[in-house]
Design a protein around this ligand. Structure first.
Ligand SMILES: Nc1ncnc2c1ncn2[C@@H]1O[C@H](COP(=O)(O)OP(=O)(O)OP(=O)(O)O)[C@@H](O)[C@H]1O
Length: 596
């Protein structure tokens, strides 16, 4: 019977342990651990430097202690008039201070170097991962948000990834070493100093959760603010031309207000936490001070020992301060790591290695084909239904139809940026080799999207973006094909003339011709033009398309357009409407031209 009750109480204590650990797990603790495991992946690359950093920190702490003990003896010597030991103690004090300073400077240098290295490492990795993320998933994030995570969050992580472990180790060493030095002279004093320890317990689970919540909210709000700023600056011309600058100015202040509110709430929380900590710290401080005065009054300790005690008590608080202050940065880092991981862990693009087998057949051109394709961005809302499509080498194929019916979606399917939920989108080589569209087939395409895609720099730099080693002659040839040479040849610096961001300094039609020249220079077997000739006059538009096919008779050219002028040049015309892609026969095509 007794055995049974013993067994039961043992079970109960295990049960409460299990519940306790589960509660920790249910909170944010497991998330924090996961986020830090991820950060460790990066810190681990700098193991050697971290160990060196820690050793220097321990040496510097030890020398600080030696200096303090020497200080105690110095005071005792002066108050006891034992002048002969003075030079030795002075040497120890000055030596330990100088070395300690030297070590700290090296630590500072190493931590800065490591911080930059880890920041660059994470940024480079994340950049590659974002570029390789599934298009649909990454396009759910606003540019400003991605930018904020890329700069702000990575900065927070790299600032702490290297330093937090050495800081804790050095602080714990400092605490233990100081405790033993005090214990050596007076155990009661050591006990009082040890009372600082319960401070750590104050960082209860509740506080950790609050801290993490605040940190998360501040980061999110900062992302929202940056998204707003990026969007506003990107659309500066529109804002000005609509005369809505005052509205944007007001909206900017509104976002700033929200950011200020949450930052101040976080700040208040931090102040309250600090007040509680400081009150407790001061209580211990005063107790220690009172005890020292009492022992001095009863002649149990010397002036030197009292100075040592008081100095080391604050050293002990300093060590705690370090550990305590590392907790908020530890939590902030985990929040930032979490936000970066959200991007990193997005599904990747599909890569099909056998796509490389298509490369040697590029000169014969490729057929682009879709069969039974169904696609929806959002479940239940089909944009493309049971659709067939094909474009052969040497053909210009048009996708026409009302706005918002799915022409660009078709281009995205062809590029393999999105994948059909049903059916297949494939590229077929002259020998019959068929590969589904994926990230590895994309280099077989040259794509001119809607909108101005010219970057700041010279015309030649814009061209060499797609072909690094292009000669001036090749660039001029591409400009001639796209009818851009007509105006570039009259510029004072011709191809070395400067272009502003988004083609500033050039007309919309000129920018479009430059964008087409860039695609021509890329010399890919399949050319995709998404409303890329919309700003050109009819004659230029036709000339551009004719030149492209003449230059590379095996090129497959797919254009989306609202303009009838192009249709006469096309071997095939598809109408994208009401979710279906239908090939139009000659009569329907002619009717379509009239309807435009
Ligand atoms: N990233 C996206 N997420 C969700 N829905 C989208 C997305 N992109 C487009 N759509 C929806 O898909 C439909 C087709 O859009 P798409 O851009 O393909 O049309 P379009 O025919 O090219 O239009 P336009 O001629 O105006 O350029 C639209 O209803 C649009 O709202």
């Amino acid at each position: 019977m007794q055995e049974e009750s013993k067994e039961k109480s043992k079970d109960a204590s295990f049960e409460s342990l299990r519940i306790l650990s589960e509660r920790w797990k249910n909170g944010t603790f497991s998330e924090i651990i996961d986020d830090w495991k991820w950060i460790f992946g990066y810190s681990a690359r700098y193991k050697g430097a971290i160990v060196f950093y820690t050793i220097l920190g321990i040496l510097s702490t030890s020398l600080g202690l030696v200096g303090s003990v020497a200080g105690k003896y110095l005071i005792d010597i002066i108050t006891g008039y034992q002048i002969q030991k003075l030079p030795l103690l002075l040497c120890i004090m000055i030596g330990s201070t100088v070395f300690s300073l030297g070590f700290e400077s090296v630590i500072n240098r190493i931590s800065t170097k490591l911080g930059i290295a880890i920041n660059n490492d994470i940024q480079a990795d994340i950049f590659d991962k974002i570029v390789d993320a599934d298009w649909l998933e990454i396009s759910k994030y606003a540019n400003g948000d991605v930018l904020n995570r890329f700069n702000g969050d990575i900065g927070t992580v790299s600032g702490n990834a290297i330093s937090w472990l050495p800081t804790i180790i050095i602080a714990v060493y400092r605490f233990i070493a100081t405790f033993f030095v005090i214990l050596h002279y007076d155990w009661v004093m050591a006990l009082i100093a040890f009372l600082s320890a319960p401070f750590l317990l104050l960082m209860s689970r509740f506080m950790i959760r609050r801290q993490r919540e605040y940190s998360k909210k501040v980061r999110e709000m900062s992302s929202n603010l940056m998204s707003f700023e990026v969007e506003a600056f990107y659309n500066f011309d529109t804002i000005k031309s609509f005369g809505i600058a005052p509205y944007y100015s007001q909206k900017m202040r509104w976002w700033q207000g929200l950011f200020k509110d949450i930052s101040l709430k976080y700040n208040l929380f931090t102040i309250k936490t600090n007040i509680v900590m400081s009150i407790l710290g001061s209580a211990v401080e005063f107790t220690a001070f009172g005890y020292c005065l009492f022992r001095l009054w009863t002649h149990d300790i010397t002036y030197g020992t009292m100075t040592l005690f008081l100095q080391q008590r604050s050293n002990l608080s300093g060590a705690f301060g370090n550990v305590i202050s590392i907790i908020p940065s530890f939590l902030n880092s985990s929040v930032s790591a979490h936000r970066i991981r959200e991007l990193v862990e997005l599904p990747k693009e599909v890569h099909i290695p056998e796509s490389a087998e298509l490369d040697p057949l590029a000169k014969d051109g490729f057929r682009v084909q879709m069969h039974g394709v169904e696609f929806s961005y959002i479940e239940g809302n089909k944009v493309i239904t049971r659709s067939e499509f094909q474009a052969a080498p040497g053909e210009i194929v048009a996708l026409v139809g009302p706005s918002g019916e799915g022409k660009t979606t078709m281009i995205r399917l062809i590029l393999g940026l999105i994948r059909p939920q049903e059916g297949e989108t494939v590229i077929i080589a002259s020998n019959g080799k068929t590969v589904p569209m994926n990230a590895e087939t994309r280099h077989l395409f040259a794509y001119v999207p809607q909108g101005n895609t010219i970057l700041s720099g010279t015309i030649a730099e814009n061209m060499r973006m797609v072909k690094e080693d292009a000669t001036d002659e090749e660039i001029i040839e591409a400009l001639k094909i796209s009818c851009a040479w007509d105006f570039v040849q009259h510029l004072p610096d011709t191809i070395n003339s400067r272009v502003g961001e988004r083609g500033r300094g050039f007309s919309e039609g000129q920018s479009q011709r430059l964008a087409i020249a860039r695609a021509v220079l890329r010399d890919a077997p399949v050319l995709l033009l998404d409303e890329a000739t919309s700003a050109l006059d009819v004659t230029t538009e036709r000339n551009v398309l004719r030149n492209i096919i003449r230059q590379r008779p095996n090129k497959t050219c797919i254009v989306t357009t609202h303009r009838p002028s192009v249709l006469g040049l096309c071997q095939r015309v598809y109408r994208v409407m009401n979710g279906t892609v239908t090939e139009l026969d000659g009569a329907e095509g002619a009717k379509m031209v009239e309807d435009f």
